[in-house]
Design a protein around this ligand. Structure first.
Ligand code: ASP
Length: 430
């Protein structure tokens, strides 16, 4: 069996959903589990609604929910000519749930004791419920027997809202028990990104988490392959936004894919590879616009990893150069204090370097967290802050390639290992 994942760009309107159905029709006699993420930019819209609700901004919350309902309803109207089709009723029922949540949490007397992250998950998870319901009914209406699975009943996480940790044992057991028997008779269509706690609260796995859902399901069901259908031809050696000559990587290893994701390549969610690697399940990333093309195959073989250099650019970086106040060395106790502060604030360190008197760390800019970090570190250290930087990573580099990419930039920090060169740079002012 295979797991297919369709992201928001592949379901952004009625024509796109028809295209998804067309792709699925090419796999008529196969066992398929289809993982759907929210339509278009719905998750962003729901994040705004969660903020509106948290701030008890009732009018804005209602206006934004109305707009989202309108958008989904338009798609359903384009897809279903029978205006009495049950999808109209079921979509309304889901939106009513969202309005109910809004009404409840906006009540003056309701304090959201469980905090913002809990509220976020209850609201933002709705996007995948809407989209999977629409796609599932549409596939059914075309004559494909399709089962809509509420993934929250099988994909179980802990109570860490917005970043749920999967309970693998329970998830495997439930998935095998409930999903395997369904697959022999019909397509199974479910939601990416969301999960449920053992006491049935909704959680999410972190933004862009639907790829990860596909990998979790594939692992639990011992699938042969996961296919992520994208609006790009596959995994490219650079983001074409930064590097217009970007080329397709035909075949890379799990290891290379993890490295690329770790350094910031956004094409695959970083957590996706591990479950697949553990069971040697192949991952294919391919275009939903040209489904006949093979895309990128990710698997065990490392043979082609070095064929092309890859470039990863991360903008909006800051560099903190930390020094002791009394001219002493930075020692292990200092490092331990610095890292525990970073961990408390959930900062991910993108690059670091230690010298006798300085410890330099490159971080993604996040103004509220950065303020707290600077205040805390400032009690013990002198800190020099550099902002508006870019982190450039080159895998399988050569000197001419480094020269070409770095040319015209001031380099503030650099690191080269056997396969990877990294630079924190400031773009030259024009
Ligand atoms: N809809 C979620 C997001 O936009 C999950 C996903 O698309 O992978 O982050």
């Amino acid at each position: 069996m295979r797991v297919f994942k369709f992201g928001g760009a592949s379901t952004k309107d009625a024509d796109s959903i028809k295209n998804v159905a067309d792709i699925i029709s090419r796999f008529k006699n196969e066992e398929l589990l289809i993982v759907i993420s929210a339509i278009g930019k719905t998750t962003n819209a729901l994040e705004v609604i969660a903020d509106n609700i948290f701030q008890k901004n009732i009018d804005l919350a209602i206006a934004n929910i109305d707009a989202l309902e309108h958008k989904h309803r338009n798609i359903v109207e384009d897809l279903f000519s029978d205006k009495h089709h049950v999808i109209f009723h079921e979509l309304k029922r889901l939106f009513d749930q969202l309005y109910d949540l809004q009404r409840y949490y906006c009540l003056e007397k309701v304090t959201i004791a469980a905090g913002y992250d809990y509220l976020y998950d209850q609201i933002v998870s709705m996007g995948e419920l809407f989209s999977s319901l629409i796609v599932s009914h549409y596939l059914q209406s075309l004559g494909n027997a399709t089962y809509w699975l509420d993934v929250r009943t099988v994909l179980k996480t802990d109570h860490r809202y917005r970043a749920g940790n999967v309970d693998w044992e329970v998830t495997k057991q439930l998935t095998q028990q409930k999903v395997l028997p369904l697959l022999t008779k019909q397509l199974v269509c479910t939601q990416g990104f969301i999960g449920g706690t053992i006491d049935n609260h909704t959680t999410t796995l972190g933004r862009e988490g639907s790829d990860y859902t596909a990998a979790i399901m594939a692992y639990c069901l011992n699938a042969e392959e996961v296919v992520i259908w994208k609006d790009v031809p596959g995994v490219l050696n650079a983001d074409p936004k930064w590097y217009p000559e970007a080329k397709l990587l035909n075949k890379i290893s799990y290891n290379e894919a993890v490295e690329l994701a770790y350094y910031g390549a956004t094409v695959i969610h970083p957590k996706t590879i591990k479950p697949l690697q553990n069971k040697h399940i192949k991952l294919r990333v391919k275009s939903f616009i040209h489904p006949e093309n093979t895309g990128t195959e990710i698997g065990v073989s490392t043979e082609q990893d070095k064929k092309l250099p890859s470039f990863i650019f991360k903008s909006n970086q800051v560099l903190l150069v930390i020094a002791t106040k009394d001219f002493s060395f930075i020692d292990e106790n200092d490092l331990s204090r610095i890292f525990s502060l970073l961990a408390q604030l959930y900062f991910q360190v993108n690059m670091m370097q230690l010298s006798a008197m300085h410890f330099s760390i490159c971080l993604q800019h996040d103004s509220s967290k950065l303020q707290a970090l600077l205040e805390n570190l400032g009690k013990y250290y002198d800190i020099q802050l550099e902002e508006d930087l870019r982190l450039v990573t080159i895998r399988h580099y050569t000197q001419p390639i480094i020269d070409e990419v770095i040319n015209g930039h001031m380099v503030l920090l650099s690191q080269e290992s056997e396969s990877t060169a990294r630079y924190v740079v400031r773009a030259q002012q024009s």
